[in-house]
Design a protein. Structure first.
Length: 174
C-alpha cells in the first residue's frame, strides 16, 4: 500500500510542478565578470606590448552602452566598424605610465578567440621601465562586480595584481 501511495504522490508532484513551477531564470554563461590586461616590455623593440582579454558578450554590451550603438564583434563584415568602437573604448579605459611619463598606446587591432576578445596595443619606444603605472577601468561602465587582473612583465620579472571594482590603479616597481 505504501509504495503505491508514494508513487501516486510522485506523479502528482511531477504533474503539478509542470504547471505551477517558477520558470527557470535565464543565467549568464559566466557569472564572473573578469578581464585581463597583460602588459609586457619588449626589450628588442623597446616598447610596451599589451593584450587585453575580455568575454565577447560582455564586451559587446559594454561597447553598446558606451557608444549607444548596436555591436557585433564576430561578423567579419562589421570588423572595420567595430575596430573604431574598440579603439575608442580602450583609449578611454586603459592608460599607462612608464617611469612616471605617459606611455600612450597605439591600437593594433582585435580578434575573437572563442568566448573572448583579444585586443592588441603597443607603445612607442621607451627606455627600460623601472616603474609601470596602469589605470585599468575595463568593463566598469557595465558591472559593479568587475575584476580586472593586470600582469606586468619587465625584464623577465612578472608581477600581477587583481583590481576589484571600483579600484583601477596598479603601480609596479621593477
Amino acid at each position: 500500500m505504501t509504495p503505491i501511495f508514494y508513487k501516486s504522490l510522485l506523479y502528482c508532484y511531477i504533474l503539478t510542478g509542470a504547471f505551477f513551477a517558477k520558470p527557470i531564470a535565464k543565467t549568464s554563461f559566466h557569472p564572473l565578470h573578469v578581464s585581463t590586461a597583460d602588459i609586457s616590455y619588449n626589450k628588442q623593440e623597446g616598447n610596451l606590448e599589451v593584450i587585453c582579454t575580455i568575454f565577447t558578450d560582455d564586451f559587446e554590451n559594454a561597447l553598446a552602452k558606451q557608444h549607444n550603438a548596436k555591436t557585433d564583434l564576430i561578423k567579419p563584415e562589421l570588423h572595420t566598424a567595430m575596430d573604431a568602437l574598440v579603439k575608442q573604448y580602450i583609449a578611454a579605459n586603459l592608460h599607462l605610465k612608464a617611469n612616471g611619463l605617459a606611455a600612450p598606446l597605439n591600437y593594433v587591432g582585435f580578434e575573437v578567440n572563442r568566448e573572448a576578445v583579444n585586443i592588441y596595443l603597443e607603445s612607442a619606444k621607451i627606455p627600460l621601465p623601472k616603474k609601470v603605472d596602469a589605470e585599468v577601468s575595463l568593463m566598469h561602465n557595465l558591472f559593479n562586480d568587475q575584476i580586472n587582473i593586470v600582469h606586468i612583465t619587465v625584464n623577465g620579472t612578472r608581477k600581477s595584481q587583481k583590481l576589484e571594482y571600483p579600484n583601477k590603479m596598479v603601480v609596479q616597481n621593477f
